[in-house]
Design a protein around this ligand. Sequence first.
Ligand code: EPZ
Length: 429
Amino acid sequence: MDKLRIVGGTTLSGRVSISGAKNASLPIMAASILSDNPLTLKNLPHVADILSMANLLATLGVKLTMEGCGEGENAQGKVITFDASSLNSVVAPYDLVRKMRASILVLGPLLARTGYAKVSLPGGCAIGARPVDLHLKAMEKLGAEIEIDKGYVSAKAPNGLVGADINFPIVTVGGTENALMAAVLAEGRTRLINAACEPEIEDLANCLNTMGAKIEGVGTSELIIDGVESLSSATHRIIPDRIETGTYLIAGAITRGSIILENTCLEHLSFFVDKLREIGVIIKEKEDKVYVSANKKELRCVDITTAPYPGFPTDLQAQTMSLLCTVTGKSSIRENIFENRFMHVPELIRMGAKISLDNHTASIEGGKLHGAEVMATDLRASVSLVLAALSADKEETLINRIYHLDRGYERIESKIRTLGAKIDRLKGS
Ligand code: EPZ
């Protein structure tokens, strides 16, 4: 297994280009199943999860054509055309789903397009049990019959899905995405109440409307979908990755550097940016560039609680914890979304962090971080270790199991090296 070796202490500077959003790309790729006309997606990130979803779609009979690595000389992001005119399977097998939980997002589209779906239950992961009960309840509300047998969800609606009111008891991003995609081809009107309104869902809804769907309330917690017979061909550009953007904002802050992020915006990060400014990080935006610096300023402690959008994103919790470990004084982070999203804490403690956990709250006594050998456990925890390593002055950190990183961060070592850091990948045995 590959490792990352980082020698910290460099003040980052220069420019970094932000890739397309992984968590918008995955549901939008699954949405290609809904249409018998081609869907062309631009600005897809070069990350492992995109390859996993592409592989799953191919096993269902979707034809994928790579149309080059980007637009013009600034090759940025994959351009792929998806043709689902001749599906030949409705089964999402365990060996693919276990590698990427977001595979469950083919459930709604398969059911809506063919009337059948057999999708392996994704199982839990490092950050929690992550059930899909709300996905299944939404499908039943739309008239599907659901059975669970030998670890697979078998869903059928041979006479098609019928629009209904679906009231989510808790905000679920994936549950909202599955229900939204299924409702697009259902007969009649569907209302999603207490729907998640993450920007990635807004991007999915905008793409579906470009394909000919009829969705109102886009970007709000109540979506109204009037079912259509079929969808037309479309081209859609994936939004910038707000979590990658937030990660590099912290990279600039934790090294007390000054960097420019390109091909991105702060539109979808206002709560997070407000918190970074409260800490004392300087952040400015001009056109599609974002400037961040924290050079030598005394940064301030803060208290943070994660929440569904537009609140503080749980996907930036681990990264922000690394930053607060370098800010003198007491800070706290309460994780309200997942039951076990503190797997990075023991690894940060190995690097000298002073963190105590009390159920869902981490109390941090900021100070100095040191180099150490550590282990990545999940996507965002692993990048928090990279950020922590960048701050350990002239000390070496070795990060194991970095396949977690490759799932969601495009070319991370080359992007960080371009900003001046001493980082390289040690090829594993
Ligand atoms: C999406 O996961 C993201 N993944 C996650 O990003 C992100 O952390 C999460 O939303 C929250 O923002 C993708 O978009 C591919 P949820 P998802 O359904 O859809 C509970 C990353 O790092 N729940 O909003 O799985 C669940 O257990 C990943 O990129 C149920 O109880 O998240 C959790 O506690 C990690 N029943 C809460 O809801 C259900 O049927 C929120 O989960 C569904 C969810």
